[in-house]
Design a protein around this ligand. Structure first.
Ligand code: PLP
Length: 428
């Protein structure tokens, strides 16, 4: 009897063929063997398909899709999106440097984030980003000073907090009153008047980002409704905007969620914009997870099977330092054996070697395993490698991009030399 094969979340780019899991035309068992594990593996086709799902939903409308690059900032991934025509949503000077290194157009970059420093503002002004998404009055003042000193004008969109419940995990919900993000929507008219009075500032838009892994349309439509009411108020006060930025946040399938597609969301958004007389506004979107999440897996090898009175543990060579989402958000990731075996199945907790009880990748999974088996942790393309660290002096994994029958190393596995680079001992 063979185990029933699950449909990978990254299907059809990740799929079983002849009893073996593949990324496009490449066997993941062979890849793990050749390059070692833990290993992040992305599919170029899956990136392009996710991008196309946004493009198709935007036909006939003026939309700028800015990849929320904190989800996956590997240069090869950025270059791929730049080539497809994407803009970028950045949250730091480091991300700006990556976007420039990937050869992307700064005029398609929006700069988000609640704590921008003067040097970051300066760097972004010098290359001419499209817009700063400003989150507070003190930030407005600083941006005005930095821009004036450089003799530049900063295009500004205020990130307002519409106080809507995105119905997602509290750690990834950002649009509620108690969150640190944005300017409260009631205070926004005053903030806009103030912004318009400042030297070196040009008000161009309005922005919100209400959370992540959102699987319903209603929170977006509630936020949009509040933003449009604000735009009405601003218009009456003589402040005209050019764009409306709805942020990112579209969910993906990790388990059995029915994800919201760009089309399902945007059909409703365009209808509402039209109905309210704002069909001319440019729409800006900042999707991260939905462009890359299911375009990647993390390969890991079973080191030991440990059976205790309470639990069965599959101790693997990937850990919380490689994929932090389970430890951080109790996130659920699918686990697929790359070469499923037909032996008896057991309930396992899949855990890493790090000295923390939070170091688990998946709990209570029915699997048939043996030492040496390679597992694919699914949906690891977003907030995977970018959150990886070196805790327990573990080198970060390599990253691979599969393209048809080929694969490319897009980041080498770290070495011991990488681990201690920059460290030095005290003089004798
Ligand atoms: C993280 C983030 C995004 C991307 O969010 P996803 O849920 O990955 O789509 C977009 N905009 C801002 C401001 C963010 O902080």
């Amino acid at each position: 009897m063979t185990a029933e094969l699950a449909t990978p979340t990254g299907a059809p780019f990740f799929h079983y063929q002849a009893g073996e899991l593949r990324a496009e035309g490449v066997s993941l068992a062979e890849l793990g063997q050749e390059l070692g594990t833990p290993l992040y593996v992305y599919s170029r086709g899956a990136l392009a398909a996710a991008w196309a799902s946004y493009q198709e939903a935007c036909v006939g409308h003026e939309v700028l899709v800015c990849f929320g690059m904190k989800a996956n900032s590997n240069l090869a991934v950025l270059k791929e999106f730049a080539r497809l025509g994407s803009g970028f949503d950045i949250v730091s000077g480091g991300e700006l440097a990556r976007v420039l290194a990937a050869g992307a157009d700064p005029a398609k970059v929006v700069f988000s984030g609640v704590g921008k420093q003067a040097w970051e503002m300066q760097a972004a002004l010098e290359v001419g980003v499209k817009c700063f998404n400003v989150e507070s009055i003190p930030e407005l003042k600083r941006l005005s000073e930095v821009a004036t000193a450089l003799g530049k004008t900063a295009a500004v969109s205020l990130r307002v907090n519409p106080d809507v419940d995105a119905k997602t995990h509290p750690y990834i919900s950002t649009g509620l009153k108690e969150n640190k993000f944005g300017i409260a929507i009631e205070e926004a008219p005053h903030a806009y008047t103030f912004a318009a009075s400042l030297p070196g500032i040009a008000v161009v838009g309005v922005d919100c980002h209400i959370g992540s892994q959102i699987t319903e349309v209603s929170p977006y439509l509630d936020a949009l409704d509040k933003l449009l009411k604000l735009i009405d108020q601003l218009k009456a006060a003589g402040i005209a905007l050019k764009h409306l930025d709805l942020g990112g946040g579209l969910g993906i399938r990790y388990d059995d969620e029915t994800p919201l597609t760009p089309k399902l969301l945007l059909d409703k958004v365009f209808a509402q914009l039209q109905a309210r007389g704002y069909g001319h506004l440019q729409l800006v979107l900042e999707p991260g997870r939905s462009l890359v999440g299911n375009a990647g897996v993390l390969l890991t090898t079973v080191q030991y099977l440990k059976h205790t009175e309470a639990r069965n543990f599959a101790i693997v060579d990937a850990a919380m330092n490689d994929l932090m989402r389970p430890a951080l958000y109790e996130a659920w990731h699918g686990v697929l054996p790359v070469a499923p075996r037909s032996s008896e199945q057991t309930l396992y907790d899949v855990v890493g070697p790090v000295c923390e009880s939070a170091d688990w990748l998946a709990r209570g999974r029915t699997l048939a395993l043996a030492e040496g088996d390679v597992l694919a942790i699914e949906s690891a393309g977003a907030y995977g490698f970018v959150m990886a660290g070196n805790y327990n002096s573990r080198p970060r994994p390599a990253e691979i991009m599969v393209d048809g029958e080929q694969f490319h190393v897009i980041r080498q596995r770290e070495t011991f030399a990488d681990l201690i680079r920059g460290e030095s001992c005290l003089p004798d």
